[in-house]
Design a protein around this ligand. Structure first.
Ligand code: SF4
Length: 392
């Protein structure tokens, strides 16, 4: 007789489940886990990373209403956000929940989005572990894509795990080999994450993910150069804790050299929410471009309505040509987002706003030397009335 999830200890249920499903395959384990009363209320946690589509596809076939928790750390690649939308729609998943870090905590602990540079453990804890802990609160169990072949503490992975005596972790792919994953995707013609073909076999947050060279382990680049190998999503007694070699499937990885920047608006400092590239002005298909300070904005005239963001380079604070470019763009009718990027100082903020800039992008270093209140004081002087002034 199955143990009652409402009263039987997690450890007893896990022992019994592993015993009962010992000789089952991945799909059978997953299918039973979705309905076995001993498992209880369950969700799939997915990063929509390089291999996530396998479990997402299985779920879509078995029960497309299964809750899928997608942790949007707000540091992900634009490609991942799009892939999440595309795959969810293609597979007909009806309950995909994008879960995000607490904005209050982000403002308090990582307002510049730079915590990953100084303390990646704290960053993962803030953006992933705590976020998931809140989202998992109503569930008795969650499904992960971890596999034994990934090594480390995963080498002895069971189908069912006791997570701190509060919840069950289900690992249907525990016994799969790398080839099983690949074959499943090929046989079911599943869409691959677009970055896989660009050299990213494991895909996570943008600043912590870089390409993996030929011959390197797939995970060799994880937090490259840092003493960190996993995001550490794990809970003990209901509280999120760090533990090496744990995590959700598809979390990623290596570290590219990154210059951190801070966006300044009238609301203060913020992390850059523009995930896409800034293309050269000649790239006619781009949604966002970077204009050099000596550029002629006329090159954009024919496609101003297609552009979502135009950034204008300020190579030094003494170079005021960017203000003229902004003024001309607004006179030409550009109504999209306009950004001053580079060496702009707080004293220039009011001028930047008057000529039509919506925001300023500065290096973290400059933001540290010129704190937010210096910029906000300037924000009080300006009126965002560039159009009326320009008409006058
Ligand atoms: S992977 Fe990097 S950016 Fe993402 S939460 Fe962890 S440390 Fe932060």
């Amino acid at each position: 007789m199955p143990l009652d999830p409402a009263s039987a200890p997690v450890a007893d249920r896990v022992r019994d489940l592993n015993e009962r499903y010992r000789h089952h395959g991945a799909t059978a384990v997953l299918e039973r886990a979705l309905s076995d009363a001993q498992v209880g209320n369950i969700a799939l946690v997915s990063s929509f990373g390089a291999e996530s589509v396998v479990l997402l596809h299985m779920i879509s076939v078995m029960d497309r209403t299964t809750p899928v928790l997608f942790i949007d750390t707000q540091m992900l690649f634009e490609e991942t956000l799009q892939y999440q939308l595309d795959v969810s729609e293609k597979l007909g998943l009806t309950d995909v929940r994008s879960i995000r870090p607490d904005p209050e905590k982000i403002r308090e602990l990582d307002r510049f989005g730079a915590l990953h540079l100084s303390d990646p453990d704290a960053c993962c804890d803030l953006r992933k572990t705590q976020t998931l802990a809140s989202a998992l609160a109503p569930f008795d169990a969650w499904i992960t894509g971890r596999k034994r072949f990934q090594g480390g503490q995963r080498a002895a992975l069971e189908f069912f795990e006791n997570e701190g005596d509060i919840r069950i972790k289900v690992n249907p792919l525990a016994h799969w080999a790398k080839d099983d994953v690949r074959d499943y995707m090929i046989n079911n013609r599943l869409p691959r994450h677009p970055l896989v073909s660009q050299g990213y076999p494991s895909i996570g947050c943008k600043p912590c993910t870089s390409k993996v060279a030929e011959g390197e382990d797939e995970r060799a680049g994880r937090w490259r150069g840092k003493d960190k190998v996993e995001c550490g999503i794990h809970f003990i007694n209901g509280k999120p804790v760090r533990r090496v070699a744990e995590g959700t499937e598809g979390e990623a990885t290596p570290q590219e050299e990154t210059t951190m920047s801070v966006i300044v608006t009238d609301g203060g400092f913020a992390a850059d929410d523009w995930n896409g590239e800034l293309a050269a002005p000649e790239d006619t298909g781009a949604a966002a471009v970077l204009l050099p300070s000596d550029a002629d904005p006329e090159v954009l005239r024919d496609r101003l309505d297609q552009l979502k963001l135009v950034a204008v380079d300020f190579p030094s604070f003494a170079d005021g040509r960017g203000f003229t470019i902004a003024r001309r763009l607004r006179l030409m009718g550009y109504t999209g987002r306009l950004r001053a990027k580079g060496h702009v100082i707080a004293d220039q903020y009011a001028m930047a706003r008057r000529v039509g800039f919506d925001e300023v992008e500065i290096d973290l270093d400059l933001a540290t030397r010129q704190p937010e209140d210096q910029w906000l004081r300037r924000a009080e002087w300006k009126a965002h009335d560039y159009q009326s002034r320009l008409r006058a």
